[in-house]
Design a protein around this ligand. Structure first.
Ligand code: NAP
Length: 250
């Protein structure tokens, strides 16, 4: 593509989503940035950083688990920016609880944001991508969706759902010039990642289980996501790439 490309990144106010947005801007994308309204200031700060890089960035406040909010958001993006070439479904939540005591609302909340949110955003952008016969979809799953850890059964289920969804989506949309892939981050230093890192003993265990002997930074995820959003990955679809410093090697 020679024209300026537009990427939508959900949950972009901080952590991995922010790093992905900045990484895409560095690589020439204009950005539609999403998060929930309570992150207004943080998201606007990310937009300002991107504007300072000479790229366009606009903020869209929507809960990805709400069909109407997602549809309104995509409508606004089309009005403002014309279309969407790449989508990164990054918004996610983690509520730690063992299965036996897991409140039903926590199961629903995690599935709603992580799994249904991904589906709703894709469903809303597909007509645009089909029309332009071009699209790059990158869904952020997790190594937790492959392995998982205690107190994260519902999170693991939601991320496994994202991977299964993406594999089938890739088959449906492949003939239309659209690719769909997943990234599985390992343990990354963010507000969410701290669940696994606050306790020094737990942090040391994760570090020792990682081939690269360090915890990941949000920026470590940005490059692989940019690959899936680019034409370098034009013939790569339905794949799930671990970005975990080699945790699964041990
Ligand atoms: P984070 O620091 O908690 O950031 C997630 C962002 O998504 C927050 O700004 C959050 O806002 C937003 N968000 C939550 N619910 C939303 C909704 N319904 N609609 C729109 N935005 C919403 O998390 P992170 O560590 O950067 O994680 C980003 C993604 O990577 C997630 O999908 C996560 O599951 C995945 N991941 C993270 C790790 C890790 O170690 N950090 C590992 C594997 C996978 P609020 O916080 O205000 O709700």
């Amino acid at each position: 593509m020679t024209q300026s490309r537009i990427a939508l990144v959900t949950g972009a106010s901080r952590g991995i989503g922010k790093a992905i947005a900045l990484g895409l801007a560095e690589r020439g994308f204009d950005l539609a940035l999403n998060d929930i309204p309570k992150q207004k200031t943080s998201l606007e700060n990310v937009a300002a950083e991107i504007a300072a890089m000479g790229r366009q960035a606009k903020c869209y406040f929507a809960d990805v688990s709400s069909k109407s909010e997602v549809e309104n958001m995509i409508g606004s993006i089309v009005n403002d920016l014309g279309t969407v070439h790449a989508v990164v479904n990054n918004a996610g939540i983690l509520i730690a609880s063992e299965v036996e005591t897991l409140p039903e609302q926590a199961w629903d909340a995690v599935m709603d944001v992580n799994a249904k949110g991904t589906f709703l955003v894709i469903q809303a952008v597909l007509p645009l991508m089909k029309k332009q016969k071009y699209g790059r979809i990158c869904n952020i799953a997790s190594i937790g969706g492959k392995h998982g850890a205690p107190e994260q059964a519902h999170y693991s289920a939601s991320k496994a759902a994202v991977m299964g969804f993406t594999r089938v989506l890739a088959q449906e949309v492949g003939p239309l010039g659209i690719t769909a892939n997943c990234i599985c981050p390992g343990i990354i230093y963010t507000d969410m990642g701290r669940v696994n890192l606050d306790d020094p003993a737990t942090r040391a265990i994760w570090q020792s289980r990682t081939a690269m002997a360090r915890i990941g930074d949000p920026e470590d995820v940005a490059g692989p996501v940019a690959f899936f959003c680019s034409d370098d990955s034009a013939f790569v679809t339905g794949q799930t790439l671990n970005v975990d410093g080699g945790i699964v090697l041990s």
